[in-house]
Design a protein around this ligand. Structure first.
Ligand code: CO8
Length: 260
């Protein structure tokens, strides 16, 4: 497929998606979202890809939000449908069997933070800034920015970010649990890659079930989550990779996982 707004690459079990509109700080319009959806599904179905890394092109931004040009004069119904459309794509990303990491190389604002939060992990450059500034446009986040932010950082800080629209630094994002790591700008991509390689070396079915049980548990109550976990352990016990993992440990060698 010829991509117009994103760059899609793969190398050594890692799929890379770069949002490529640096002049607009990688703002998300309909076309970008549609391409992202196709890329997520394509790379998730690619057996050679075990982890996705998502980043933004250029020096300044991961993604500076929804493309505000598309929001001018939008009707209420079109805005509602655009929000549902984006939610659906970010839900797809969050629930992919293939884990994803956002390499946040600059601003992650509005839809940009919502995209980063739909990834499983987030690694940020020291200069990155995070915010849900929709309130400054007299509106509110609509692609999960209220729901996911509250789940990640708690009600107190989420309310502050959503009601003020203020940006927070990468260091603060680390302190409040919004990102997994903060690194100097020139190291962030390589360190994200190392993290991806660590996960890519694990058994993919165990990764898939860990994600499923985590999200299934979050959507329900504790006892349902615990039941899912127990069932997930049982499922992992049916895999060749789990037998290999245990045998390799007992034989004091590195495991060779086959993905079955
Ligand atoms: N959409 C479209 N273009 C953008 C966006 C965006 N979200 N962000 C930046 N750009 C463009 C600028 O217009 C500018 O274009 P040009 O060079 O043609 O003038 C270019 O990118 C560079 O931006 P700046 O000159 O502004 O760069 P600065 O370094 O001065 O500032 C900021 C960087 C702080 C990131 C600033 O660009 C900014 O505040 N951007 C907007 C951030 C924002 O509000 N994001 C949320 C968008 S809304 C959203 O995500 C959900 C929508 C919910 C519904 C809302 C309905 C109204």
């Amino acid at each position: 497929m010829a991509w117009k707004n994103i760059i899609v690459e793969k190398e050594d079990k890692i799929g890379y998606i770069t949002i490529n509109r640096p002049k607009s700080l990688n703002a998300l319009n309909h076309n970008v979202l549609e391409e992202l959806k196709k890329a997520f599904i394509q790379l998730d179905n690619d057996e050679d890809v075990r982890v996705l890394i998502i980043t933004g092109a250029g020096e300044k931004a991961f993604v500076a939000g929804a493309d505000i040009n598309e929001l001018e004069d939008i009707s209420a119904i079109d805005a509602f449908e655009f929000m549902e459309y984006g939610q659906n794509i970010f839900n797809i990303l969050e629930k992919l069997d293939t884990p994803s990491i956002a390499s946040v190389n600059g601003y992650a604002l509005g839809g940009g933070l919502e995209l980063a939060m739909a990834c499983d992990l987030r690694v940020a450059a020291k200069n990155a800034k995070f915010g849900q500034p929709e309130i400054k446009l007299a509106n509110i986040p609509g692609w999960g920015g209220i729901q996911r932010l509250t789940r990640y950082i708690g009600i107190t800080k989420a309310k502050e970010m959503v009601l003020t629209g203020n940006f927070i630094s990468a260091e603060e994002a680390l302190q409040i649990g919004l990102v997994n790591n903060v690194l100097p700008k020139d190291k962030v991509f390589n360190e994200t890659k190392k993290l991806a390689e660590t996960i890519a070396a694990k058994a993919p079915l165990a990764i898939k079930f860990a994600k499923k049980m985590l999200h299934g548990g979050l959507d329900g109550d504790l006892s349902t989550g615990l039941l899912l976990e127990a069932a997930g352990v049982g499922l992992c016990c049916s895999t060749i990779d789990q037998t290999e993992g245990v045998e390799a440990f007992l034989q004091k060698r590195d495991p060779k996982f086959c993905g079955k």
